[in-house]
Design a protein around this ligand. Structure first.
Ligand code: FES
Ligand SMILES: [Fe+2]
Length: 353
């Protein structure tokens, strides 16, 4: 598979965990979502455990999400075929026998970090693959925002590219993440089997507006921008601010050092749309709810800026009349796309291009 094929319809990595929803948005009524081109219905059993089923009744393909939940099962809203949480038909009220082919696909799902995760590929592989482990998740000195989301009218790889591109903050987030040095400080790129990291230290600059009220020291800062994407589309964005002179590779622990990790989870809806989920995790003020809400609101406003740019990029690239050019800053994204094309080719049993 070539990297050009990555943006074709139905070309997705399936054997991995994606976020399907914020946990609290899936309850005891059916919720319809489209993920990787598949229509899926989500709901919860009486004990609260989540269910994800193919959202099409095997009779006339009415979305099951138009039916109703009965106990742990879901009943089709047309003629009452009823399916349990594993997709097995348990009732066919209009006839004596349940038809042999009356079943729907079920997808493995689990709640973690306030998000509902789904496995869209081979269910047998899901058990062997843990959801991403969030470092410091159980550390009482850290605090995590509640997950939030945006729907973006663009291919998920435009969002992935953006989350391997620390330079864009200088233009897209002028009033939040931009500071002197974000335009032109050179990037280091590292790649391994899990993905790609683009990072750099920017030394001795005032913290940008989003971070200035959060850091615990006065004066200029050494700032780490660490943009990491794990295949296919989990982006981990680590921001570190140390008093000027203390930062740099190998920076140690010090009470004045501020760390924020922004976890971004991109789930393809189809070739033209993406669900963008995120949460922020910081090493200060674990009980300050007002601060948490400010951070959550600031992140959402910044990601809305990304959404507007990337939806326009999606349209521009889809309908381009002239060839586009590359820039040096694209190097990390290009490596990620090459690695992703190899993983998808391997999953589909193809030779890599
Ligand atoms: S369409 Fe579902 S039972 Fe007929
Ligand atoms: Fe951004």
């Amino acid at each position: 598979m070539s990297i050009l094929e990555l943006t074709e319809p139905h070309v997705f990595l399936r054997n991995c965990w994606y976020v399907a929803s914020v946990t609290h948005e899936v309850a005891r009524s059916p919720k319809a979502v489209r993920l990787l081109g598949d229509d899926v219905v989500l709901y919860r059993r009486e004990d609260g455990s989540p269910v994800a089923l193919e959202d099409a009744c095997p009779h006339r393909k009415l979305p099951l999400s138009m039916g109703r939940i009965k106990g742990d099962a879901i009943e089709c809203g047309y003629h009452g075929l009823t399916f349990d949480g594993c997709g097995t038909c348990i009732e066919a009220p209009t006839q004596a026998q349940i038809p042999a082919l009356a079943r729907v696909r079920s997808y493995p799902v689990q709640d973690r970090y306030g998000l509902l995760w789904i496995w869209m590929g081979d269910a047998a592989l899901a058990q062997r693959t843990p959801v991403l482990e969030i470092e410091h998740h159980n550390d009482p000195g850290w605090h995590m925002t509640t997950g939030d989301s945006l729907r973006c009218g663009c291919h998920y790889l435009w969002l992935v590219d953006n989350l391997l591109d620390p330079s864009h903050v200088a233009w897209v987030h002028r009033n939040s993440f931009a500071s002197s040095g974000t335009e032109d400080t050179p990037l280091q790129i590292e790649a391994d089997a899990q993905g790609v990291v683009c990072s750099r230290w920017i030394y001795g600059q005032p913290p940008p507006p989003f971070y200035a009220p959060l850091v615990k020291f006065e004066g200029p800062a050494d700032r780490l921008q660490h943009y990491e994407v794990r295949l296919p589309s989990i982006a981990i964005n680590r921001s570190t601010f140390a008093p000027a002179g203390m930062g740099g590779p190998g920076v140690g622990e010090d009470a004045r050092i501020y760390r924020m990790v922004s976890y971004n989870f991109l789930t393809p809806v189809d070739a033209n749309n993406t669900l963008y989920f995120w949460l922020q995790h910081r090493n200060t003020d674990p009980h300050d709810q007002a601060l948490t809400e400010r951070i959550a609101a600031g992140a959402k406003a910044a990601f809305e800026e990304d959404r507007q740019i990337l939806e326009a990029v999606h349209q521009g690239m889809k309908h381009k009349r002239t060839p586009n050019i590359g820039l040096l800053l694209d190097a990390g994204a290009s490596r990620l796309r090459r690695a992703l094309a190899e993983r998808i080719a391997a999953e589909q049993g193809q030779e890599p291009a």
